[in-house]
Unconditional design. Structure first.
Length: 75
């Protein structure tokens, strides 16, 4: 019984550790932000257009969740 439990716990921890996508550098520099701003604006416009096609009306209050992850803070 103990062996089965240990195997299950080990398997779950291994799958969890290797199943997550890891990024080497999660922090976006100002230069990276400026360089990618145009592309992000096009992507945002595409998202808005898709939402409008699905019934979003002008001046509708919406709520969206965003998560920003950084590995360091630049001061």
């Amino acid at each position: 019984m103990k062996n089965k439990l240990l195997i299950i716990l080990f398997s779950l921890s291994t799958l969890t550790a290797f199943g997550q996508k890891k990024m080497d550098n999660k922090y976006i520099t100002w230069d990276d932000f400026v360089d990618g701003f145009g592309k992000e604006m096009v992507s945002a416009e595409d998202v808005f257009n898709n939402m409008a096609k699905n019934g979003l009306k002008n001046n509708t209050m919406t709520k969206m969740d965003f998560t920003f992850v950084s590995d360091k803070k630049k001061i």
